[in-house]
Design a protein around this ligand. Structure first.
Ligand code: BJW
Ligand code: ZN
Length: 257
């Protein structure tokens, strides 16, 4: 578990930071009941093939399999709520500094918790667009009783092409504006909180590294220990829903001294 010593050491760093980048992955939403990707037993990729479900080739091979799986995930998301980690992050701006949330997640739990500036590097489950002409579309969340149920994607009303989820699949470019915003935040931040990510997927995984190279302190919050560099890098081990409130509330109590 995270040690009291780490909190004491980190407290002044968190308290004095003026530009905070909160970089999140699937682990920040795990306590809301949304599966991560790579956790050994429960991860989405432990039970599903990412080549089939999260690549353009997999979509063209079997559009109904992919569309049905994403509809099931949209339905699941609609029944989930933000957790204590999402909420703790929203308390940071009130303390008078600039906070940018850069997330790899395709859920909207940061927004629903009340975070205002949220950059989505891998798109959103709530966005739908045409595979062919990229026109945006509104598609209601349909009831999908089974995770594996195939459902044909609706047709684009502009060109008749297939609609697809507005997420970033393997082999696809990240949205340019989101990537630029993430790079800018990495350069200007003096503290980055890296919450619940395996750091295996590029180019997103470069963001904490770039922030560290620009002089920021890096604090990892993860249920697994994260190897750290000798300087300005810390690993707090535990569930984000416990560690983040403890870290940020201990800051509040320091601030009132
Ligand atoms: C907790 C917790 C709790 C649990 N509290 N912590 C070789 C071949 C082919 C491609 C590549 C290659 N090498 C590199 C590439 C590029 C590829 C890539 O990085 N692949 C690697 C996997 C090898 N990247 C791309 O293709 C990207 N595009 C790109 O590079 O464009 C240029 C290009 C074009 C053409 C060719 C090559 C390059 C796009 C990447 C898109 C990723 N998309 C996904 C799916 C999104 C849609 C969907 O949701 O279905 O994004 S994959 C998936 O992984 C998702 C996530 O955002 C992303 C990151 O996962 P994350 O968030 O880190 O989750 P986990 O599960 O990995 O980790 C959870 C962590 O939480 C763990 O550490 C736990 O311990 C922890 N945890 N509970 C705190 N309560
Ligand atoms: Zn179209």
């Amino acid at each position: 578990m995270h040690s009291y010593q780490s909190f004491v050491e980190l407290n002044p760093i968190v308290k004095s930071a003026q530009h905070i980048l909160v970089f999140t992955g699937a682990g920040v939403s795990a306590e809301s009941g949304i599966a991560t990707f790579r956790d050994a037993l429960t991860g989405l990729w432990a039970n599903n093939d990412p080549e089939q479900l999260a690549t353009p080739e997999g979509f063209l091979d079997d559009p109904a399999r992919v569309w049905g799986w994403y509809q099931w995930r949209r339905q699941q998301l609609a029944g989930c709520l933000p957790n204590a980690a999402h909420r703790a992050i929203t308390k940071l701006p009130a303390q008078g500094r600039q906070v940018t949330v850069v997330t790899q997640n395709v859920d909207d739990l940061h927004e629903r918790a009340g975070s205002r500036e949220v950059v989505h590097l891998h798109g959103s489950l709530l966005a739908t667009r045409c595979f062919d002409c990229a026109a945006l579309a509104q598609v209601p969340v349909s009831a999908v009783p089974l995770a594996g149920e195939a459902i044909s994607p609706p047709a684009c009303e502009h060109c008749g092409g297939m609609l697809r989820p507005g997420v970033v699949w393997f082999g696809e470019m990240l949205p340019q504006d989101a990537w630029s915003a993430a790079l800018a935040a990495a350069e200007r931040c003096d503290l980055v909180l890296v919450v619940g990510t395996s750091g295996l997927v590029y180019p997103a995984a470069q963001i904490p590294q770039l922030a560290w190279e620009s002089g920021a302190t890096v604090v990892h919050v993860n249920t697994e220990p994260v190897p750290v560099a000798a300087e300005r890098e810390f690993s707090l081990v535990g569930p984000a829903g416990q560690v983040l409130p403890a870290l940020l509330e201990s800051e509040e109590s320091m601030g009132s001294e």
